[in-house]
Design a protein around this ligand. Structure first.
Ligand code: PAF
Length: 282
């Protein structure tokens, strides 16, 4: 497995693979890889001849008060995981390689990004769409893999690919959880023992909300209120949002029907803002 920070080297390698008629999968990440990322790499390895994993903590998707500086990094452990899982190439550029002096072109979106995380993280999706576009242009993959934990990001990227006629298949992969239910996230590392325990309130409320809908509840406000009430029993939890939306439009709904996304974002003890969700076809 090769590791490079240079765009040209990625391009040259992918060109060689293309000459041999090989297919290429891309797993975009910000590193500090865990079993969630590993499940994406595994799927990519199963479905493509070669797999590129990008590891880039993208400054453009962080707001001024967010955790860019403290975001966890461990290239050595990441390389081991990628190699063991069968990736062929890690692309690990410096910010200057991705954003040269004078950089001034962006990919932005309306609608889908004016909801959920887009409301409390106003620059986030512009940064995500721009960097994902760049990664797609650099690697030119057949398929790209994203986790369903970032359900809004997945919907935004699917829509961007459709709107901009990109010839790339976007593959969404299920949330991977710890044994006790907490969704795997690189940001879980910010949690001390007390906060780690408190963070379980996210998955507990997700499982409860999902059961209510599966049992037939169709009043979105009733489900959201029950989830909010449960989260508020945890003193360290501070709710950003609890929402039920149409998965394709991100529009809030009163009566639960169709392809729904129930998504939550909760600050735990001022240490980490965590997200979780469930999706259902009702
Ligand atoms: O989901 C992430 O880790 C990031 O948002 C992504 C897609 C790698 C873009 O920086």
């Amino acid at each position: 497995m090769k590791i490079t920070g240079k765009i040209n080297e990625v391009r040259n390698q992918v060109k060689e693979w293309r000459k041999e008629g090989l297919t290429v999968g891309l797993v975009p990440t910000m590193g500090y890889l865990h079993e969630g990322h590993q499940s994406l790499i595994k799927r990519a390895v199963a479905e493509n001849d070669r797999v590129v994993v990008s590891i880039f903590v993208n400054p453009m998707q962080f707001g001024p008060t967010e955790d860019l500086e403290s975001y966890p990094r461990d290239l050595k452990a990441d390389s081991k995981l990628c190699e063991e899982t069968g990736a062929s190439l890690i692309f690990n550029p410096e910010p200057e390689e991705m954003y040269e002096d004078g950089f001034c072109s962006f990919v932005d979106m309306t609608g889908l990004t004016n909801a959920l995380c887009g409301l409390s993280r106003p620059v986030h999706f512009r940064g995500v769409c721009t960097v994902v576009n760049k990664l797609f242009n650099i690697v030119k993959p057949d398929r790209a893999y994203f986790g369903e934990k970032d359900a809004q990001q997945l919907a935004v990227i699917k829509r961007m690919v459709k709107d901009l006629n990109m010839d790339i298949e976007i593959v969404g992969c299920p949330i991977i959880r710890e044994a006790d239910g907490l969704a795997k996230s690189s940001r879980n590392t910010y949690l001390g023992e007390k906060e780690r325990e408190a963070a379980l309130i996210l998955s507990k409320s997700i499982f409860m909300g999902k059961k209510m809908v599966e049992d037939g509840e169709r009043d979105a406000e009733k489900v959201k209120k029950a989830m909010r009430d449960l989260i508020n029993t945890e003193p360290l939890a501070d709710i950003d949002y609890v929402e039920i939306v149409d998965v394709n439009t991100m529009k809030s709904m009163e009566k639960i029907s169709g392809e729904i996304l129930c998504a939550i974002a909760v600050n735990i003890g001022g240490k980490a803002r965590l997200i979780d969700n469930f999706m259902l076809m009702v």
